[in-house]
Design a protein around this ligand. Sequence first.
Ligand code: GLN
Length: 533
Amino acid sequence: MKYIFVTGGVVSSLGKGLAAASLGTLLELRGLQVVLQKLDPYLNVDPGTMNPFQHGEVYVLADGAETDLDLGHYERFTNCVLTRANNLTSGQVYETVLAKERRGDYLGKTVQVIPHITDEIKTRIRDVGANSGADIVITEIGGTTGDIEGLPFLEAIRQFILEVGSGNAIIMHVTLVPFIKAAGELKTKPTQQSIAKLREIGLQPQVLICRTEMPLDTEVRQKLSLFCNVPLDAVIEAGDVDHTIYEAPLNLRDEGLDSIVCRLLSLETKEPNLSDWKRFVQRVISPKKRVRIAIVGKYIELQDAYKSIYESLTHAGASNDCGIDMVLVDAEDIEIEGAEKYLQGVAGVLVPGGFGDRGVEGKIKAARYARESRTPFLGLCLGMQVATIEFARNVCGLAEANSTEFAPETPDPVIAILEEQKDVTDMGGSMRLGTWQTKFLEGSHAHQVYGKTEASERHRHRYEFNMKYRQILEEKGFVISGTSPDGNLVELVELKNHPWYLACQYHPEFQSKPNAPHPLFKSFISASLANED
Ligand code: GLN
C-alpha cells in the first residue's frame, strides 16, 4: 500500500481537494486503484450541522455520511467508493478517544494528544486503505500549514511515514506562488516559509503544486526546488484553469505530476489514457449550443453552496453538446418582485434543496411560473416540497397549504414531519440520510427518463409528502411517479399536462459524473434545449 498526503500552505482555497482528486484521476487512468480521504481539523463531528455560509455544500455519501464537499470532487473525478470513514474530523477523533477513555480502555493511563489522538488518526488512515483494497490512499489534510488545529494530524502523518517507510509515502504540498504586480515578480518566500513550518514538525514534502497566476520560469522553479528541498521536476506549475475544473488533471499531466509520483513511490504502470477525459473537457469548452437555466436558491451568492448541482448541470450539458448559462436567482428577489422579472426567457428552472423559511415563498412562485409557462422544471428535495405546496395552493385551492417546517399550524400540511422524526431533538446526523430505493410508476415520465423501474438515490431531509393529500392532488393532474418500494414515501412527482416537470425528494446531484451524467439532469437539459428552440 502506498500513501500520498496532500497538505496546503500559505492560504486556504487553493483547490487542494481538486489537486488531490486530479491526481486520483491520473493514477486511476494508469490502471491503479485509488481511494481518497479527507481529514478535517475542525471539532464538528461532521459538517452536517454547519450552514452553507460556513462550509459550502454538505456532500452526502451512499451510506448517509454528511461530508465535506471535497468528497464530491473525489467521487466525480475517480471511481473510488467512499464511506463515512473517508471523511475524518477532529470531532470524530476526540469523540472516539473520549468514549474509549470513559470505558476504561486506556487502563489508567493519562490520555494525551500523543500518542492517543495521533494513534486514532493513524488507525483511521490505515483502515481506509485496508478496507478499500486500493493500491494508493490519497489523504488530504484540511486547513493550512501553521494552523494550531491541524497539528495533531500533521504529527500523526510524521509517525505514519516513519512506520510505513519513506519509499511508501510522500507529501504533496499545495502552495501559492503570488505575483507581485509592482515588482513584476513571482514570489517564492511564502512557500519557503510554509515548508519551513512543515520541517519544524518533521515533515518534508516531495512534490510542490504551485498555484500561480503566471507561468513559473526556470529561475523560480530552481529557487523553489533549492529552498524547499524538492526535486526540480517535482515543482509543478498549477495555473488557474481556463474554462472548467475538469482541465486540472490534463494540466497536471502536462507538468508530469503522475510520472513523478509513480517514480517517487516506485510504481510501475502503463501511461494514462486520457482520451475520454479530453473529449469531455472539449465538449465543455466548445459546445455547439447554449442554454439558459435559472437556479432559484437562497445561497446563490456563495460559490460552493450548490456545487454538486452546478457540476451535474455541466455534465448534463456536455452530454447534450451544449453549454449551460447558469442564471443564479435569489429566491427572495422573486418573493418581492415576482417570478416573471427573473425567469422570463430562461429555458429551464431548477429549484434546489434548502432548510428554513427564508426565500421559500419565492421558490413557490418559481415553481408556479414554470408550471404555468410550461417551462421545464427540476425540483430537488425542498424543490419537490415547494412544487407540492404550489400545486396544492394554486391548483387544488388549498390556499394555506404549506410544510410544517415553515408553518407548523397550517390547516393543510401537504409536507409534514415523519412520525418517527417527531421526537428527534439532536440536529446532527438525524435526518433521513443516504441511499434509499425508489420505485417508478410504469409508463410515467420518470420511468421513461430513467429507462428503468427502480433507482438508488441519496437523501438528506426530514420532511415528507403527506399521503393524506395524495388523492386531492392526483385528481388535478399531479402524479406521484416515484415512491419507496413499500409505497409509503413519495420520492418523485411530476405533472400530467406539462412537457417536463419532475421534482424529487432525493438529491440526484450527488451521483452525476463527467462521462456519466445523471438521467434527470440529462433529460432536463435536453427538454430545456427543446424549449429554447
Ligand atoms: N428542509 C427540507 C426537509 O428537511 C428539505 C431538505 C433539503 O432540501 N435537503 O425535509
